[in-house]
Design a protein around this ligand. Sequence first.
Ligand SMILES: Nc1ncnc2c1ncn2[C@@H]1O[C@H](COP(=O)(O)OP(=O)(O)O)[C@@H](O)[C@H]1O
Ligand SMILES: [Mg+2]
Length: 335
Amino acid sequence: MPTPAIQVENLSKNYGPVLAVNDISFQVQPGELVGFLGPNGAGKSTTMRILTTYLPASSGYAYVSGYDVMYQSMQVRERIGYLPESVPLYPEMRVSEYLGYRARLKSVPRAGRVARLDDLMTRCRIKEVKNRLLGTLSKGYRQRVGLADAMLSEPPVLILDEPTSGLDPIQIQQTLETIKALGGRQTVLLSTHILSEVEKICERVIIINKGQVKFDDTLASISRREPVLQVEVRGPTGEVEQFLRAQPEVATVAAGAAVDGVTAFDVKTKNRQDLREALTARLTGKGWGVRRLDLKRASLEDQYTQVVLRQDMVAEPVPAAEPEPAPEPTAPPAA
Ligand SMILES: Nc1ncnc2c1ncn2[C@@H]1O[C@H](COP(=O)(O)OP(=O)(O)O)[C@@H](O)[C@H]1O
Ligand SMILES: [Mg+2]
């Protein structure tokens, strides 16, 4: 087993009374492109700031390429490219000037530096603004200058905090392609609260909510999960449920509430059997009406909904108003 590119163990962070990250653990292997998904306030940025050494953890451990973020922060910084949530830029500098300055700061070798910057600006699609002052750029361009900065020294690990926020749909597509092209060679952890972005480019997704990892799996394995047969039957709920359970191919049955004599059931079969036609025939044979029958494949969206929405629906005592978050640090990250 190679040293993980990112290793997080029982990491927690509280801001005063707010527990932003609550005992999370995960690993990212070299070359993986992992989506770090969760709603606003889930703890994504906090985790990323700890990983990039800009914020100390309250407890637990985090390592980048085997180096401890707390005690070996210089080694960690040498190995990561970080795109923070709000990109700190010097407003009075021009784009190419800024990247040149960052390249010197990050000790990008002088030989080939100009060509490297040129290539980066092309890949990040900021060439057309290379002579513009940073202070005059739109959010979308600032974000992409930040991405170019993160990629500058070809670090083995890239931590990208909402790299597509503020971009229009075309720019989002282009930026995702740029990031996807990094996968395999570099390790990328990319946060977003937008599901479809993760589905487009990531192989694996970690979903966090309320500071905890709720889901960690590859997209391929989600699609291999047992599909759910959604059936709506007109008939006596209990009897229909019993009948469904009694079918030899059926693994589990979950009944919803009956509305106007029709009940919705979620049926899972054994060994991915497609029971649609057989079940329709058997149910109508019993004299019950089949109003709907759908085979629903497992999707990331279902997982996300389960993790994020269903949990919110569980009745919880209304928490006291959260304190205002402190302002973001404004200093640009050092090399
Ligand atoms: N500097 C801060 N001071 C106090 N609370 C904070 C601070 N930064 C974040 N929080 C709180 O921590 C939680 C997680 O925030 P954050 O890591 O920014 O989530 P995400 O990036 O997933 O939106 C939220 O409840 C947020 O309000
Ligand atoms: Mg954030």
